[in-house]
Design a protein around this ligand. Structure first.
Ligand code: 3H9
Length: 647
């Protein structure tokens, strides 16, 4: 970490250089503290510009210090010292001013930023509230509703919007340092420190609906509501009392299991794209990609590639299927326009970048092919045989299979080193997870290209070994079996779903099956039975055999009335399952039991080398299966629960 002070006329420029993101380590806090004293004492300095080297302004507190006792000087004191400096400080922001970084900027008398910069208080995404005055100064700077939005959503805003809201004082065109120095040198009325201003006024009936909104959006997370309470307190108490309240909340939440879980996810997500084994391995270029199959999954993959501006060739077996596939792709982008997520021009540009083909000869110069056809080995094999002749010998050939052994799919295709599994999750343009499944013959370059693709698509990559269902679907199978086992032991289907929703899933295991359809897994089991494998009859099989495939047949685990997705407990289901149900001992805590089953499968997956790290399993569950992020994933949750259980 270095902090340098230079002079530009009578303006001092303080440059922070603490790679990678100028986080506020103890050393940096101390250096800022000392800089205030030094510059206050310097008679040749009229004002100070605070700027950062590298990719960003100060991105916040150093999250890696959060597990340890706080070391002085504490950030609220550093911010107060900057605010009370005799020479006014101007924060010059590029990249992101986040969390404690933005709180430092709020301590400065002025804030200027380049147009591409963003500012925000993302603390709630880490299970905490701002801890250096964010919830206290913001409602003294901008309207309370704007402060609430910023703090409880955790979402940063871009500089032009920040200017409009009053979060910053100017957007600088051209060179930031020169612009900030000129801004600081200009004589202008010095605004009162934010701490000395009154909170923005609110009506008496403001808080109730505000709290209802935040509670709904928080979906069970503690931090957004605690942040709201801190903002409310800041509008009612004096500045010092409000700061004390915020700090107490911050320290309490910092030590919470939710914050520990979110911190772990934060670091795992950042470690995932760079597996140690691929250090120094160059990925191959990805100038053009082909997708084989334009069904729901294929079209989603095309959309994900187009979102990343990669030109795509979509291949289908005949003109009719191709027209359907292209319509699926168009439908995705038109839907995005309808929901206000994309402009018509952006959608048109994305659609224009897709070329439809029915002839594999069009793939002669493609860098990567992703097969997403029907999950049937003979169909997939035929595709790969055709790819073996049509593509360049160095083109990477990937399968999106979710259950089949990739080695069987590509058997006999020349160049096994270029073959890999890339398992997307539906809808592929939305879901963040990409399971990357190398075979023993896959080359490091091919594997590195899989990771590079994930980076281009903004996905979280997790390497998985070959087994039935890889990481995610294997755990899903165990989870569903464990949930069925509870039903066999007398638990109610609705109680199990409710327990998992309360735990933080958007849906319980049975509701989720009704939504996706019970027939897919049923057909897989039937396929295995057809091949002579022993697959015990599941309760789901009983329902499908009775014609209950889920919402699409107006009934699965629950009944549904037409036009209504609300599940209703079903007497038909009770009657169908009655012969399979006995009474047995049930766990006291259904959610912990089911998550424990997921973690137990995860342990087997680790022992077999299918996953490299427990954190990878957690990322798979969070980004592919809706596991609540604030619980950290099944492996984290099980470990944390074990460590707090009495010995
Ligand atoms: C806070 O400020 C609390 C205060 O209110 C109160 C205090 C009293 N700490 O994301 P990247 C590392 S809470 C430590 O890939 P990008 C990251 O692990 C904090 N390390 O970069 C990675 O390391 P490695 C509120 C951090 O360019 C490397 O930096 N602030 C921190 O794609 C690069 O990260 C936030 O939540 C940190 N705070 O994106 C901001 N941040 O290379 C979190 C990053 O060894 N950070 N690292 O794997 C971000 O959102 C992004 O990093 C940022 C840059 C947008 C800044």
């Amino acid at each position: 970490m270095t902090l340098t002070v230079e002079r530009d006329g009578r303006i001092a420029v303080v440059t922070v250089d603490n790679p990678p993101v100028n986080a506020l380590s103890q050393a940096l806090r101390q250096a800022l503290w000392d800089a205030v004293a030094e510059l206050d004492a310097d008679a040749d300095v009229d004002a100070v510009v605070l700027i950062c080297a590298g990719r960003t302004f100060i991105a916040g507190a150093d999250v890696s210090e959060f597990g340890k006792p706080p070391q002085p000087p504490h950030l609220p004191d550093v911010v107060a010292r900057i605010e009370a400096a005799a020479k006014p400080w101007t924060a010059a922001i590029h990249g992101s001013a986040l969390g404690g970084g933005f709180e430092v900027a709020l301590g400065c008398r002025f804030r200027v930023a380049v147009a591409s910069a963003s500012v925000g208080l993302p603390e709630v995404t880490l299970g905490i509230v701002p801890g250096a005055g964010g919830t206290v100064r913001l409602p003294r700077l901008v309207p309370v509703a704007a402060a609430i939005d910023l703090v409880t959503s955790g979402k940063p805003v871009k500089a032009p919007k920040a200017l409009e809201l009053g979060l910053i004082d100017a957007v600088i065109d051209g060179d930031l340092r020169a612009g900030a120095v000129a801004f600081a040198a200009e004589a202008r009325a010095l605004p009162a420190p934010i701490s000395e201003r009154s909170p923005s006024p609110v009506d008496a009936d403001f808080w109730e609906p505000a709290e209802a909104r935040v509670r709904k959006a928080a979906r069970g997370a503690a931090a957004p509501l605690r942040a709201l309470a801190s903002i409310r307190n800041a509008t009612e108490a004096d500045f010092d009392a409000a700061m004390a309240f915020e700090r107490e909340t911050f320290l309490e939440l910092r030590a919470s299991p939710e914050a520990a879980a979110l911190r772990q996810v934060f670091f795992s997500e950042r470690a995932a794209p760079r597996p140690a084994a691929l250090k120094g391995v160059e990925p191959k270029p990805l100038r053009s990609v082909a997708v084989i199959g334009g069904g729901t999954m294929g079209a989603g993959i095309v959309a994900a590639l187009r979102d990343a501006k990669i030109p795509v060739v979509l291949v289908e077996r005949d003109a009719e299927a191709l027209a359907r596939g292209l319509a699926n792709v168009t439908g995705i982008f038109e839907g995005a326009v309808k929901r206000g997520r994309m402009s018509e021009a952006d959608a048109a540009a994305r659609i224009a970048g897709v070329t439809g083909e029915t002839d594999y000869a069009a793939l002669a110069d493609i860098d990567l092919v992703i097969e997403a056809v029907f999950e049937e080995i003979s169909v997939k094999r035929a595709v790969f045989e055709a790819l073996g002749t049509a593509c360049r010998p160095d083109a990477i050939l990937a399968t999106n299979t979710s259950y089949l052994d990739p080695r069987d799919i590509a058997e006999g295709v020349p160049g096994p080193e270029r073959f890999i599994g890339l398992h997307f999750f539906s809808p592929a343009n939305v879901m963040k997870l990409l399971e990357i499944v190398p075979t023993p013959e896959t080359s490091p370059e091919t594997l590195a290209t899989g990771f590079a693709l994930a980076a281009k698509l903004g996905k979280i990559p997790v390497q998985a070994g070959i087994c039935d269902g890889f990481i995610g679907n294997r755990i899903l199978k165990r989870y569903r079996a464990a949930a069925e086992d509870l039903v066999r032991r007398g638990a109610s289907i609705a109680d199990i779903d409710l327990a998992m929703r309360r735990f933080g899933f958007a849906m319980g295991p049975f509701e989720a099956q009704d939504l996706g359809g019970l027939d897919i897994a049923f057909l897989q089991r039937e396929g295995a039975r057809g091949r002579g494998e022993t697959v015990p009859e599941t309760l789901g099989d009983v329902l499908v055999r009775a014609g209950r495939k889920g919402q699409k047949t107006s009934g699965g685990w629950y009944d549904y009335t037409a036009g209504d997705r609300a599940p209703k407990p079903s007497e038909t289901v009770s009657a169908l399952l009655a012969p399979s149900i006995s009474t047995g001992e049930l766990p006291k805590d259904i959610a912990s039991h089911l998550v424990g089953e997921m973690a137990a499968e995860g342990e087997l997956i680790l022992a077999e080398g299918i996953a490299g790290r427990p954190e990878d399993i957690d990322l798979v569950e969070i980004h592919g299966y809706g596991f609540p992020r604030r619980k950290g994933g099944p492996m984290h949750f099980a470990a944390a629960t074990r460590s707090t259980e009495p010995a």
